[in-house]
Design a binder for this molecule. Structure first.
Ligand code: DAK
Length: 261
């Protein structure tokens, strides 16, 4: 692949958007490669993904404006569909995805980060939806995910004004969970990924599904969904082992890794 690096480190893997000369902007090739990368994730062993950008300046500086500028209406629609499909796939990916936002996260970059389960960022990160300044609307889910994450009022302000916000403001409004010095960002993301990977994988996947799908329905339906996913964990080897380990009073015992079964 030309623009996506993929590295599996034990039970988690890192996807790096690597098109540094254009600040990792998303063209069709990047989106295509991102999609193909997700095809290749070995879900028998990978329990968490990290998405980041190459270099220290940019996570993803948006969709590629050069490529977009010449699109016809139907090509624009196809480009939007490609991005939406990949981002939705990431959002619904069976295992949790952490965005380690290491700089500019503008337009499609902010939208990519919002398709991930968790966002943490470096102290030089900048978030924004500058699309209306370019004559378009956010097209990769920005109007929907930003409003769900930070509330409609703040999302509308950011989108209508096209004003970028820095890391501290992103933290204050709840767009990111934590801010780190640049050199500490990836280690922090890896530590979090390893922490997630240590827990029972079927239970973690079911939590992701319950939260994501539950947010799209009313509370009564959401609780039924939770009951079902809760019930699904029973009789798994990991549930039996996790509970037996707790109940075993032998203080010398060492917890074995969960088997994903
Ligand atoms: N696209 C293409 N190239 C980009 C780029 C981008 N989004 N962002 C940066 N680059 C390129 C620059 O052109 C420059 O290339 P060279 O001139 O060196 O060849 C190189 O990256 C370095 O950028 P700068 O020289 O500008 O670097 P600075 O530090 O001065 O400025 C910046 C950094 C991030 C503030 C600035 O580059 C910037 O404002 N970039 C554009 C940010 C932006 O507006 N991004 C949002 C794009 S809109 C749709 C679906 C989705 C979308 C649209 C439609 N459909 C449904 C159809 C999504 C839209 C967007 O994402």
């Amino acid at each position: 692949m030309e623009f996506i690096l993929y590295e599996q480190k034990g039970e988690y893997a890192i996807i790096t958007v690597s098109r540094e000369k254009a600040l990792n902007a998303l063209n069709s090739a990047v989106l295509e490669e991102l999609d193909r990368t997700l095809d290749q994730v070995d879900l028998n062993t990978v329990r968490c993904l990290i998405v980041t950008g190459a270099g220290q300046k940019s996570f993803v500086a948006g969709a590629d404006i050069g490529e977009m500028s010449g699109l016809t209406k139907s090509e624009g629609e196809a480009f939007g569909r490609k991005g939406n499909d990949v981002f939705r796939r990431l959002e619904q990916f069976p295992v949790p995805v952490i965005a380690a936002v290491n700089g500019f996260a503008l337009g499609g970059g902010c939208e990519l980060s919002m398709s991930c389960d968790i966002r943490i960022c470096s102290d030089n990160a900048v978030f924004g939806q500058p699309e209306v300044g370019l004559g378009i609307t956010p097209g990769f889910g920005g109007t929907q995910r930003l409003a769900r994450l930070v509330g409609a009022g703040m999302a509308k302000q950011m989108i209508y004004t096209a004003r970028n916000i820095k890391a501290d403001e992103a933290y204050r409004i709840g767009l990111v969970n934590a801010v780190y010095p640049q050199e500490e960002l990836l280690p922090a993301a890896e530590k979090m990924a390893a922490g997630i990977a240590k827990n029972a994988p079927i239970a973690v996947r079911n939590c992701k599904k319950a939260i994501n799908e539950g947010l799209d329905v009313d509370m009564d339906e959401a609780l039924i969904l939770e009951e079902k996913l809760f019930g699904d964990c029973f009789e798994t080897e990991d549930q039996k082992y996790g509970m037996a380990f707790f109940l075993d009073k032998n203080k010398e015992k060492v917890k074995e890794p969960f088997q994903n079964k």
